[in-house]
Ligand binder design. Structure first.
Ligand SMILES: [Mg+2]
Ligand SMILES: [Zn+2]
Length: 189
């Protein structure tokens, strides 16, 4: 796993990563159905404090299926932001969602479209120094296609808090690749 670097962003899946998944075939259709997973709020706060852009990329096919509207999703995300702020003073820099049905677009993960939307929003994001954390192989695959590092929950880390621990405990890649050359300065006049 590469590490987060300058201009790196942390892309987070939502359902099963930040909040509990709805039962199979169901969706988090209203704020009252949003339950955050243990440790998630503080993990995101730690990413904020580390200076990373924190960007949620989430498939919300329930919109295409008529189970909820864009406005419902906005309400859920307002609630998510409110819980993050209240519990940990944490924030999300952006949320990109795919409202489409499977096979209908270039943004539903495992396609990398949401990641590219984020880079269009903030062109300074260096994808090769960015990472995606998610609980599904589709998150992993979207990250692979966009050239991100990946942490697959349940395989590489137990949960978001553990993933953030692993990410923040590693040295910055520029330090590894380009170690300070103090000796060079010592021999120069
Ligand atoms: Mg998920
Ligand atoms: Zn889409």
């Amino acid at each position: 796993m590469r590490t987060l670097g300058p201009r790196g962003a942390v892309f987070l899946d939502r359902d099963g990563t930040i909040n509990a998944k709805a039962p199979e075939g169901d969706y988090v259709t209203e704020p009252g159905r949003l339950t955050l997973l243990p440790g998630a709020t503080h993990a995101i706060r730690r990413l904020n404090d580390a200076g990373a852009l924190v960007i949620v990329v989430t498939n919300q096919r329930g919109i295409a299926l008529g189970r909820m509207t864009d406005a419902d999703l906005e309400d859920v995300h307002a609630q998510l932001r409110s819980i993050l702020e209240e519990e940990a003073g944490a924030r999300l820099d952006a949320i990109f969602h795919c409202p489409h049905d499977a096979g209908a677009c270039l943004c539903r993960k495992p396609a990398p479209g949401l990641i590219y939307q984020a880079r269009a929003w903030r062109p300074e994001i260096d994808l090769a120094r960015s990472i995606i954390i998610g609980d599904s192989r589709t998150d992993w695959a979207a990250g692979q296609r966009a050239g991100l590092s990946t942490i697959l929950l349940g395989r590489d880390a137990s949960d978001l808090a553990a993933a953030v621990d692993a990410l923040l405990s590693r040295p910055a890649p520029f330090r590894r690749r380009f170690p300070p050359q103090r000796g060079l300065h010592l021999v120069m006049p």
